[in-house]
Design a binder for this molecule. Structure first.
Ligand SMILES: Nc1ncnc2c1ncn2[C@@H]1O[C@H](COP(=O)(O)OP(=O)(O)O)[C@@H](O)[C@H]1O
Ligand SMILES: [Mg+2]
Length: 329
């Protein structure tokens, strides 16, 4: 396969991953601080990137490696995922081998180790990680990536410069999706791009994935976006909740089973959508209904049988709807 063909067949999220820090969408505060840091890379400390998924953390880490090491960045950058590695000992071994590997072709200030999902590590593993960071700090810099910095032990936090990534705003996401549509020569409706933003909640990876799937169906319009993004799943769950509140237990139950068994909707997603639907439907005794949701949410988390629990939830919603004299619109 030629390089061009590889590029053509790449997923859009990879194809449109910025290579330069200046091309990262928004995250202005982060980008500005990093750019001034990169003026004298030798003085760069370890970094900790925190924030929601799909907001540019990994992308920015790779941009830094490229900015510091140019064409050779791949040889001097180690990417690890804390939850993929079998434990802190494998992390230590891989860091050790990587840090020792001698290559004197080029002058680089240090090697970079990107450790993704660092907040998935236990406190003990993090304590060991902190020692590893110290041992190799002369020739390497760590970029730790996590969703929540509060889950990183304090001794690591205090040794890192912390950068917080935020969810991307609607105009940022819609603007980026438009650029992709133009480059891919895909027809789109502006409104559908806004729908994608709403569904993906500021996660640009998810937004680009929905865009790509919708484009495979043809034009990027609301119908195709709905087909690929699970919005229709949400609408169907709303129907089930309405039926239940309205006292049609049998109808609600058969739709529930169709959704989970045929359509493959997970019980977690069912509950999430049902909760959103309840808030939208706003029955007079919403508080009571919310308590019921919370109860079943908990039961599912501790491992109760999903179909039995969700069926019981529908029965309970029926009672709640009856008490409130609920009549759906
Ligand atoms: N701020 C951003 N600027 C440009 N592209 C982004 C941004 N955030 C996410 N993306 C897109 O989403 C994909 C995943 O981004 P990534 O940096 O891996 O997110 P994460 O914050 O989860 O590490 C990228 O390949 C890119 O296409
Ligand atoms: Mg990432």
């Amino acid at each position: 396969m030629s390089e061009k063909e590889t590029y053509e067949s790449m997923m859009w999220t990879e194809k449109y991953r910025p290579l330069k820090i200046d091309d990262v969408v928004n995250q202005r505060a982060v980008v500005e601080r990093l750019k001034s840091m990169l003026k004298s890379p030798g003085g760069m400390p370890h970094l900790l990137f925190a924030g929601p998924p799909g907001t540019g953390k990994t992308t920015t880490a790779l941009c830094i490696a490229r900015a510091i090491m140019g064409d050779y960045w791949r040889d001097f950058t180690l990417e690890l995922n804390a939850s993929d590695e079998r434990g802190i000992n494998t992390v230590r071994d891989r860091v050790k081998t990587f840090a020792r590997y001698a290559d004197r072709r080029v002058e680089i200030p240090f090697r970079i180790i990107i450790l993704d999902e660092a907040d998935e590590m236990t406190n003990d593993a993090q304590t060991a990680l902190r020692r590893i960071m110290e041992t190799y700090s002369k020739g390497t810099r760590f970029i730790l990536i996590c969703n929540y910095s509060s889950r990183i032990i304090e001794p690591i936090q205090s040794r890192c410069a912390i950068f917080r990534f935020s969810r991307l705003a609607e105009d940022d996401v819609v603007g980026y999706l438009k650029v992709i549509c133009e480059k891919e020569a895909v027809k789109f409706e502006e409104n559908a791009l806004r729908t994608i933003y709403r569904v993906s909640e500021g996660d640009l990876r998810q937004a680009i994935n929905i865009l790509e799937s919708a484009s495979i169906l043809g034009e990027v319009n609301d119908t195709n976006v709905e087909k690929t993004s699970g919005i229709s799943g949400k609408a169907k769950v709303e129907e089930v909740v309405k039926l239940a509140l309205d006292g049609d237990f049998k109808g609600a139950r058969s739709k529930l089973i169709e959704l989970t068994r045929v359509y493959g909707l997970s019980d977690r997603d069912f509950l999430k959508y049902a909760n959103e639907a309840l808030v939208d439907l706003n029955p007079p005794n919403l508080g009571e209904a919310s308590e019921a949701m919370a109860k079943y949410d908990y039961r599912l988390i501790v491992g109760a049988h999903p179909e039995i629990q969700l069926t019981a939830l529908l029965a309970e919603l029926g009672r709640i709807g009856k008490d409130a004299g609920f009549k759906p619109k």
